[in-house]
Design a protein around this ligand. Structure first.
Ligand code: PLP
Length: 365
């Protein structure tokens, strides 16, 4: 869900039998609106609020991936108050280095996510005593944009061992959720093919008598999305050249946030030739960190021409904002030679929806 949360995309995956991993009440709302079966929804995240728990309990989702002892206690209380039983997994932190950008590594001891694996058995035993909970799963998610198999396999092996011990403790684990994280090529990366990843995981979980859950995000949608932006100006400074475009960090924050690389290609008709330039490709936002690429060699674009920012399908629109009061862009689903507007371009009215000026301020009192 968090990689790309448009209803049409969610529904496409739901039609194929997919479920979703959510981290908020808003994401649950989207999942249900898109027609995802509650029995295929798992709920992760370190900060679930009581109202969000209630919403998910009433919707009867498959399971809550619990990330702390306090959350466990609160979920038990909420379930009892509603006369429900919450199916849970503990999200354990296997302390495996995913060898990725520190902002998207999540399974290290120093990360805020998950429960320390050494304490997992004890906490499952606590959960057993709580009448509002039913421990049915074991979960981890070690990070995003992983380009090696080894960290995944190390994490699954660690979970496998823990699962054996939990069963000895009488905790009946039915679901093993190994999170997402498989990387994609943005530049020169050569991540494992999904099929190889699947085969290697299956090798490890064979004979475990579990239902395997995976939470891939980026690998499903990342390379499928392109952000198209129009060139506004070319500006040649004393030290650098800039191509100023009409998309910005509010539309695609990955370069600013993670120094992420996105290939950027001039949209051309036919075989036209252009001279090459090296420039920073920047947006209109009033921040020096507002860039889509730095020091990038591209075909020199003229104002009005279009650039395609590639592999923008994951953590693109879903991380977008209205900073600088910029209406967010339209989303278009392309299927062969057909295309569909799946989110309207925002208007100025959308920007102020829900805002009010108290009467005395309006009157200047
Ligand atoms: C709990 C959880 N599951 C799955 C994912 C999806 O990760 P990815 O898009 O790298 O597959 C994330 C991403 O942050 C996550 O936090």
């Amino acid at each position: 869900m968090k990689a790309c949360s448009n209803l049409a995309v969610l529904r496409t995956f739901a039609n194929l039998g997919g479920g979703v991993d959510i981290v908020s009440g808003g994401e649950l709302f989207r999942a249900l609106r898109a027609g995802v079966a509650p029995s295929k929804i798992v709920y992760s995240g370190v900060g679930k609020k009581p109202l969000e728990m209630d919403y998910a309990l009433k919707a009867d989702i498959l399971m809550f991936n619990v990330e702390s002892e306090e959350e466990l206690q609160l979920l038990n209380q909420r379930a009892l108050a509603l006369g429900k039983k919450a199916r849970i997994a503990l999200r354990v932190n296997p302390d495996v280095d995913p060898l990725t950008h520190p902002y998207i590594s999540t399974g290290l001891k120093s990360n805020k996510f998950g429960i320390q694996i050494e304490r997992a058995r004890e906490i499952y035993l606590q959960a057993k005593q709580l009448p509002g909970l039913d421990s049915v799963g074991l979960d981890c998610h070690i990070g995003s944009q992983l380009t090696e198999l080894a960290p995944f396999l190390e994490a699954v092996s660690i979970l496998r061992k823990l699962l054996g011990n939990l069963r000895k403790d009488g905790v009946d684990i039915k679901y093993l959720d190994i999170g997402g994280g498989l990387g994609i090529p943005y530049d020169q990366e050569t991540p494992p093919a999904p099929g190889d990843y699947g085969a290697a995981v299956l090798d490890l979980v064979e004979n475990m008598d579990i239902t395997l859950i995976m939470e891939p995000g980026r690998v499903l949608v990342g390379n499928a999305g392109v952000m198209v932006t129009q060139v506004l100006y070319n500006k040649h400074g004393p030290e650098k050249s800039f191509v100023i475009v009409d998309a910005a960090m509010n539309d695609l924050i990955r370069p600013s946030l993670y120094r992420a690389y996105h290939s950027i290609i001039k949209v051309k008709k036919g075989n036209e030739q252009s001279s090459r330039i090296v420039a920073d490709i920047v947006g209109p936002i009033c921040e020096s960190s507002d860039f889509l690429a730095r020091g990038r060699e591209i075909d020199e674009p003229a104002p009005g021409e279009l650039l395609a920012v590639m592999s923008a399908g994951a953590y693109g629109f879903s991380m977008s904002s209205n900073y600088n009061s910029r209406p967010r862009c339209a989303e278009v689903l392309v299927d062969g030679s057909n295309y569909y507007l799946i989110r309207q371009r925002e208007t100025y009215e959308d920007l102020i929806r829900g805002e009010t000026i108290p009467g005395h301020i309006l009157e200047g009192k």
